[in-house]
Design a protein around this ligand. Structure first.
Ligand SMILES: NC(=O)c1ccc[n+]([C@@H]2O[C@H](COP(=O)([O-])OP(=O)(O)OC[C@H]3O[C@@H](n4cnc5c(N)ncnc54)[C@H](O)[C@@H]3O)[C@@H](O)[C@H]2O)c1
Length: 337
C-alpha cells in the first residue's frame, strides 16, 4: 500500500455559482461508480463533468452510458472547475487519491470502507479534519427512515444484546478475495451493519473472536468469522460473517432491549413490544438519498442527519478493523477511540 501523508488543503479556487447546479467529477467507474453516476445524472442540479478510472475502457463505457465526458487522468479531472468529487474505488485504492482531492480543496463523497486497513483511514481522516472540508461516505443505510423508526422504538429501553450478521456469497471482483485488497468481509460488507449497531446500541469497547479459514483456492478472506462484543453500556453482542453461500442470505442487525426487539435489514424493519409486532418498509431509497444529501451539502444546504462524514465513518471503520483483528488473531482487541 502506498504511504500517505496528511497535507494541507489549498484555498478552494473560484467556482461557478452553485445556485445554478454543481459540477461533479467521479473516480472509479466499476459497479458502485456506475450506480452513483446514474443517480447523479438524474439530478437536475448536477452536471457530471468528468469520469476517470484507472481502466480507461471502463471509464469510457460508463461515460458513454451516462453522457458524461471522460477525463484522461486525475489531474485533468480535478482541473475541470469541479464543486465536488465522488470516489468509488476499491478499499486498497484509498489514500493518495483523497489527499490529491484535499489538496485541490474539493469536498468529496467516498465509498465505504475508508480503506483496506486502519492506518490509511486514520491518515485520510486526519487530513480531512485539518482541511475542514465537507465529506460524505457510502454508508447509505443511515439514510433509511426505518433507522430513525428503530431508534425511536428503542428510546428509553436499555439495550442488552445485539447481533450483526452478513452471510452471503464471494463477490466477483478479484480484489475482494484478498484481505490486503478488500480488508476482508467484516471491513468490506459487515461494516454497514456495524455502523447501524453503533447508532442503535452505542459504542463497542472490546471484541474477541475467531475465524474459519478459507477453503477456496486464491481467497484468503475467511470462509466465516464470529466475534463477541462488549459495549460501553454493559450490553453484549455478536457479529458473524460468511462468504460461502450461493446467494445473499442475511445482512441484518438485531437489537434486544428491555421490552423491545428490533430486526433491521436494508429493506425491512420489525419491532416487537408487549403491544405486538410492527412491520415497516422503508419509504426512502438510501442509495439515492446518500447522493442527494451530499449534493445538498455541496450546494450550501444543511446536512441531513443521516449523512455519515469521514470522521464518523472512521469510528465505524475502527470497529470493523477491531472485529477483523480479533477474529484473525483470536485475541481480545480494544476498539481504538
Ligand atoms: N455502499 C454500497 O452499498 C456499496 C456497494 C458496492 C460497492 N461499494 C464499495 O465501493 C467500492 C468499489 O466497489 P465496486 O463494486 O464498484 O468495485 P469494482 O471493482 O466493480 O470497481 C472499482 C473500479 O475502480 C477502479 N480503480 C481501482 N483503483 C483505482 C485507482 N487507484 N484510481 C482510479 N480507479 C481505480 C477499477 O478499475 C474499477 O473500475 C468498494 O469499496 C465497495 O465496498 C459500496
Amino acid at each position: 500500500m502506498a504511504p500517505v501523508t496528511p497535507e494541507r488543503a489549498d484555498p478552494r479556487p473560484e467556482r461557478h455559482d452553485a445556485g445554478m447546479g454543481i459540477r461533479v467529477g467521479l473516480v472509479g467507474a466499476g459497479g458502485v461508480g456506475a450506480r452513483h453516476a446514474r443517480v447523479l445524472s438524474g439530478f437536475e442540479d448536477v452536471e457530471l463533468a468528468g469520469i476517470w478510472d484507472a481502466d480507461a475502457g471502463v471509464a469510457a463505457a460508463l461515460a458513454g452510458a451516462v453522457g458524461a465526458p471522460v477525463a484522461a487522468g486525475l489531474d485533468s479531472l480535478l482541473d475541470r472547475g469541479l464543486d465536488a468529487v465522488w470516489l468509488c474505488v476499491p478499499p486498497f485504492a484509498h489514500g493518495d487519491l483523497e489527499l490529491a482531492v484535499i489538496r485541490a480543496g474539493l469536498p468529496f463523497l467516498v465509498e465505504k470502507p475508508l480503506a483496506a486497513d486502519l492506518a490509511v483511514a486514520e491518515r485520510v481522516a486526519a487530513a480531512v479534519a485539518a482541511a475542514g472540508l465537507p465529506t460524505a461516505t457510502g454508508y447509505h443505510w443511515r439514510h433509511l427512515d426505518t433507522v430513525d423508526r428503530a431508534r425511536d422504538a428503542l428510546a428509553g429501553a436499555p439495550v442488552r444484546l445485539v447481533d450483526a450478521r452478513w452471510w452471503g456469497t464471494t463477490p466477483p471482483p478479484t480484489w475482494w478475495s484478498r484481505s490486503d485488497r478488500s480488508g476482508g468481509q467484516v471491513v468490506e460488507q459487515a461494516t454497514h451493519v456495524l455502523d447501524l449497531l453503533r447508532v442503535l446500541a452505542g459504542e463497542v469497547a472490546e471484541v474477541v473472536g475467531g475465524a474459519a479459514p478459507s477453503t477456496r483456492e486464491g481467497r484468503d478472506v475467511p470462509d466465516a468469522t464470529a466475534a463477541v462484543l462488549r459495549l460501553d453500556s454493559g450490553a453484549v453482542g455478536t457479529v458473524s460473517t460468511s462468504c460461502v453461500l450461493p446467494a445473499p442470505t442475511a445482512a441484518a442487525l438485531e437489537v434486544v432491549a428491555d421490552g423491545t426487539w428490533v430486526h433491521l435489514t436494508e429493506t425491512a424493519l420489525r419491532i416487537r413490544t408487549a403491544a405486538g409486532d410492527e412491520d415497516v418498509s422503508p419509504a426512502v431509497d438510501g442509495r439515492t438519498a446518500v447522493d442527494r444529501a451530499f449534493v445538498d451539502v455541496v450546494s450550501g444546504r444543511p446536512a441531513p442527519p443521516g449523512l455519515v462524514d469521514v470522521a464518523e465513518a472512521l469510528a465505524t471503520h475502527r470497529l470493523a478493523w477491531a472485529v477483523t483483528e480479533a477474529t484473525r488473531t483470536a485475541t481480545t482487541v480494544r476498539v481504538p477511540r
